[in-house]
Design a protein around this ligand. Structure first.
Ligand SMILES: *Cc1c(COP(=O)(O)O)cnc(C)c1O
Length: 230
């Protein structure tokens, strides 16, 4: 089941790339394994998956401890400042930096641990009250505050688009984030790399790829529906 699902998602990504003349190699598929058992992760690894996403620190740490194959882990859920010390030196890509205060805390802990930390800035493009993330208008100011941090490195932007029936409804959101990343890139700011655009989930990853996503975060589409009893 997992193997078929991965093949389907990869084929869909390739097709979306073809529609807009992109190279599928530009798009990293992150398997979002939250709530799923280690055996599912192992199965996905055996199918060639190299990137996994978790949204809770505790669950992420438990899983990284047990998965011995070297894979790239992504923290995609909200990070509280009091948990920064657990994640800052683990080589995770942290997609969910949503305040300057959090970035400052990452910097402080990274310096203390002599580590370096790669982050994305989460942008609440759709202005949903229930979601975390910088307001679109505030991203440039945030970048000018975070860029000077010696041990924290901005690699790009991330957004969680609204849940919609028709993924086309999110196209403008993805296009807007892409435009912002190009604008930032053109400014050539020291210690700011805009190579990552993390957007698109099971429901809308194809549209996100058409609009320039370099990372898509797919959970249900790979592992099936989640069991929140865990
Ligand atoms: C759970 C989650 C996903 C994956 O969602 P699916 O709809 O199951 O693909 C992607 N991104 C974030 C931030 C998530 O929390």
């Amino acid at each position: 089941m997992i193997q078929e699902n991965i093949q389907t998602v990869q084929a869909n990504i390739a097709q979306a790339c073809r529609r807009v003349n992109r190279d599928p190699a530009e798009v990293t598929l992150i398997a979002v394994s939250k709530t799923k058992p280690l055996s599912d992760i192992e199965e996905a690894i055996s199918c060639g998956m190299t990137d996994f996403g978790e949204n809770k620190v505790q669950e992420l740490l438990e899983k990284t401890e047990h998965v011995t194959t070297p894979v790239q882990w992504h923290l995609i859920g909200h990070l509280q400042t009091n948990k920064v010390r657990y994640v800052v030196d683990k080589g995770f890509l942290i997609h969910s930096v949503d305040s300057v205060r959090l970035a400052r805390e990452l910097q402080k802990e990274a310096v203390k641990k002599q580590a370096h930390c790669n982050i994305l800035l989460e942008v609440n493009v759709a202005k949903e009250e229930t979601k975390f993330g910088f307001a679109y208008e505030d991203v440039l100011d945030a970048i000018s505050e975070i860029a000077p941090f010696s041990n924290v490195h901005i690699q790009g932007l991330m957004t969680i688009a609204p849940f919609v029936e028709n993924p086309e409804e999110n196209r403008d959101i993805f296009a807007k984030l892409h435009k912002l990343s190009l604008d930032i890139k053109s400014r050539n700011i020291d210690n700011v790399n805009m190579s990552v655009l993390s957007m698109g989930m099971t429901n809308d990853y194809m549209v996100a790829v058409e609009e320039g996503a370099t990372m898509v975060r797919v959970g249900t589409g790979i592992f099936g529906t989640r069991n929140y009893m865990i």
